[in-house]
Ligand binder design. Structure first.
Ligand code: NI
Ligand code: MN
Length: 226
């Protein structure tokens, strides 16, 4: 079973029952977080860029779990300390024990001089998941959707720092994704959004609204509470 665990803001985990992949682990100081970073177990941490609402608790979790960080070198350098890294860069694909990861562009700032932000396409548990990270809408999303048949797109809808609901709905169309999970909204007033309005704007995919602390079985697309 492949599970999506949502921890609030843009922090979530994919768990295939064997491998746990944690993305943008911002929990300390995250007003929506329902989970203490000390309670998270993971094998990998994927970081999209070095803004504090993404790199967050990466170092502490990496060290405690003896997990491996994946990211762009300039960004993983900011995690610091003696932890395991796999550095990669845009366009690269790695085959890893859980499946594959492909690093794709994002249109944002990196939060660190010299780096660039990224998104990830991940193959795990027979599904393809695209996590956009923080990004504006950009036309090359169409290429990302042509390269891989995206089962689940995880997209920011908060506006202000990233695309908002209208552009995210356009992104879903360009990606030709089957399902979409909105993230990066309602954490603070400046990114307040009604996910139901986003749902109404999306005509080409199923919108799955997941609340912080909830999990989604990506095999059955049904909610279960954690
Ligand atoms: Ni950012
Ligand atoms: Mn952000």
């Amino acid at each position: 079973m492949l599970t999506f665990n949502y921890y609030g803001h843009a922090c979530f985990q994919l768990d295939d029952g064997t491998y746990k992949l944690l993305f943008d682990p911002f929990l300390t100081g995250n007003p929506l977080a329902t989970t203490n970073p000390k309670d998270i177990e993971t094998d990998y941490i994927f970081v999209t860029h070095a803004h504090s609402d993404h790199i967050g608790d990466a170092y502490d979790i990496l060290e405690r779990c003896n997990a491996t960080a994946i990211g762009i070198p300039e960004v993983t350098d900011t995690v610091g300390g003696e932890v395991k890294f796999i550095n990669m860069n845009l366009g690269g694909t790695l085959n890893l024990p859980f499946g594959f990861v492909r690093m794709v562009p994002a249109l944002h700032s990196a939060g660190i001089p010299g780096g660039v932000p990224c998104g990830y396409v991940v193959g795990i548990g027979g599904k393809i998941i695209y996590y956009a990270g923080d990004t504006a809408l950009f036309s090359d999303m169409k290429l990302i959707g042509q390269r891989d048949k995206i089962d689940y797109a995880i997209l920011p809808i908060g506006d202000h720092y990233t695309m908002g609901p209208e552009d995210a709905a356009k992104a879903v169309e360009m990606l030709d994704a089957s399902n979409v999970i909105p993230v990066h909204y309602n954490t603070w007033d400046v990114i307040k959004q009604d996910p139901e309005k986003f749902k109404a704007l999306v005509k080409t995919a199923t919108v799955l609204i997941v609340n912080p602390g909830e999990s989604l079985n990506l095999d059955e697309e049904q909610y279960k509470r954690i």
